[in-house]
Unconditional design. Structure first.
Length: 519
């Protein structure tokens, strides 16, 4: 958790207003607000000690201690009586910057909503000498540094080709040869972007039996390339013995780099690069034979297909099993079908018509799901002024550029009232209002069915994850987020109150606008 998230958690858990903490610290309440939004850096140690002491004295109730113990991963807090001891633990927690799998996922997800810093079109990479055969069909490189040299040589050779081809990549060896050297990782990234811009297609087989943190590091490294639409990621679904490990990189028809190591030992491994056609063809066949045993790690639906795959996203929300979602707007699945149907005359193409006609079925299926399965939605509400001025788009459907739809105040009120109806009818339905800024993506996780991630900025992309280790990581991350919010005893009541207040504000604002128009 970031410091701002920890502070929000403590303030909500103890039902403490900003001005009370500000008074204790002799600070302006607006400063506390900025800390909560992450707009100010972490206070220095003296302030952190004072904050820790303040909350240690307020964490007296049993349910608060229990929530705190879970959040801080300190079971002893549940029965701790010594305020000074609790204050010390709180100080250490507030001060800590330890990165967890959850924070790694936050980093990974935030990259979905940010323009890629690895955009090759803006890179000014230095000119590189092309790899030379030196009159030989086989070259040898040794150890991890040799692996890096062989990889750069292969990429440079691929860039030399007059026409783009296919790059085939697989390694189940320890990834430290790539991740532990930042200058190499930068060069590798630059060259890979150049290959993609040249028109190369890339098939990569990831090892998913790694430690979860190592796996997330690898996925995070590859994430910008996934968004290009040029990369197809796969994984082998069964366990390997882990004794003999293999690396194979092939530029189809041109060259191959290959190596084998034992266990974790790579320091003295020999890495071979061959440009012999028969050898390259042999390794190409080996790769595709292995690929036939693999499954897609992440299915990637690029921008041009978003409108066609949105029904898959809505169908996903209606499948059996507990569902947790996080989005920058109220979920489209809770929108009354009549609101979408009102757009049918302005978007009169067949794909749109088919979608609008079938949406009511998705909404009905979702409501059936609420009778049996828990659903938790973390959403953001738009500002009344933006809604009243017609600036707020209707959820994920507007991600498709040719299907942009904007709320009227009446439509937004209809949507909010339908959410209130679902909250009233179904105990399984839970909504939490996120106080933080927009993330730029929507995340849906069903522990039994996988993960859907919709990157909503330009270009929009839908990611579908079914690999069990990654699904578990996302589920744990979102479930932990839900637990933090649930510990605030009024979470559900507070959401209902906020929704009603926004309805009142919109109704009042709409009346004012009509009065001005009549005048």
């Amino acid at each position: 958790m970031k410091f701002s998230e920890k502070l929000n958690f403590l303030l909500n858990l103890t039902n403490t207003p900003n001005n009370m903490l500000a008074k204790h610290l002799s600070l302006d309440p607006s400063y506390i607000s900025r800390l909560r939004r992450g707009e100010r850096s972490v206070p220095h140690a003296d302030y952190l000690r004072s904050i820790a002491s303040f909350f240690a004295r307020r964490c007296t109730e049993e349910y608060i201690r229990s929530a705190l113990a879970t959040a801080m991963n300190q079971p002893a807090i549940s029965s701790m009586q010594d305020v000074d001891e609790l204050s010390l633990l709180l100080f250490q927690w507030l001060e800590s910057k330890e990165e967890t799998s959850g924070s790694r996922l936050e980093t990974l997800l935030s990259d979905l909503s940010q323009p890629s810093s690895a955009n090759a079109s803006k890179r000014q990479a230095a000119e590189r000498e092309a790899a030379k055969k030196d009159g030989q069909d086989l070259r040898m490189f040794y150890g991890m540094e040799g692996r890096r040299q062989a990889t750069i040589a292969l990429f440079n050779l691929a860039l030399q080709q007059p026409a783009p081809g296919t790059l085939l990549l697989f390694s189940d060896e320890n990834s430290k040869w790539m991740l532990d050297n930042s200058s190499f990782a930068q060069e590798w990234s630059t060259l890979l972007w150049q290959l993609i811009l040249k028109g190369y297609k890339i098939k990569v087989i990831h090892k998913v039996t790694r430690d979860i943190d190592e796996m997330l590091d690898v996925i995070h490294q590859w994430l910008p390339f996934y968004t290009s639409g040029a990369v197809e990621p796969y994984y082998y679904p069964r366990l390997r013995d882990g004794v003999y490990k293999r690396t194979l990189s092939v530029v189809s028809g041109k060259a191959a780099v290959f190596a084998t190591s034992i266990g974790e030992s790579m320091e003295t491994t020999a890495n071979f690069m061959s440009t012999d056609k028969l050898t390259v063809d042999s390794f190409t066949n080996e790769f595709y034979s292995y690929l036939a045993l693999c499954k897609p790690l992440i299915r990637i639906h690029p921008a041009k297909n978003i409108r066609l795959v949105l029904p898959e996203l809505f169908a996903f929300e209606g499948r059996g099993g507990s569902l947790i979602s996080r989005s920058d707007a109220p979920s489209l699945i809770t929108l009354p079908p009549r609101v979408l149907e009102s757009f049918s005359h302005t978007l009169a193409d067949q794909v749109t018509e088919d979608f609008l006609e079938s949406f009511s079925r998705y909404a009905a299926r979702f409501e059936e799901k609420l009778k049996t399965d828990p659903v938790f939605q973390i959403i953001r509400l738009a500002e009344p002024t933006d809604i009243l001025s017609g600036k707020v788009q209707i959820g994920s459907i507007s991600t498709a550029r040719d299907m942009e739809m904007f709320y009227t105040a009446e439509m937004y009120i209809d949507h909010l009232q339908n959410i209130l109806r679902l909250l009233t009818l179904y105990e399984n339905f839970n909504v939490f209002i996120a106080p933080d800024e927009a993330e730029g993506y929507s995340l849906y996780c069903n522990e039994e069915n996988g993960v859907m991630i919709l990157k909503e900025d330009d270009p929009p992309i839908l990611f579908e994850v079914t690999e069990s280790n990654m699904v578990s990581a996302f589920w744990d991350y979102l479930n932990q987020t839900i637990q933090y919010r649930q510990f605030h005893s009024y979470a559900r009541t507070a959401a209902i109150q906020q929704i009603r207040e926004l309805i009142d504000a919109l109704s009042s604002g709409e009346s004012t606008i009509k009065t001005r128009e009549d005048a």
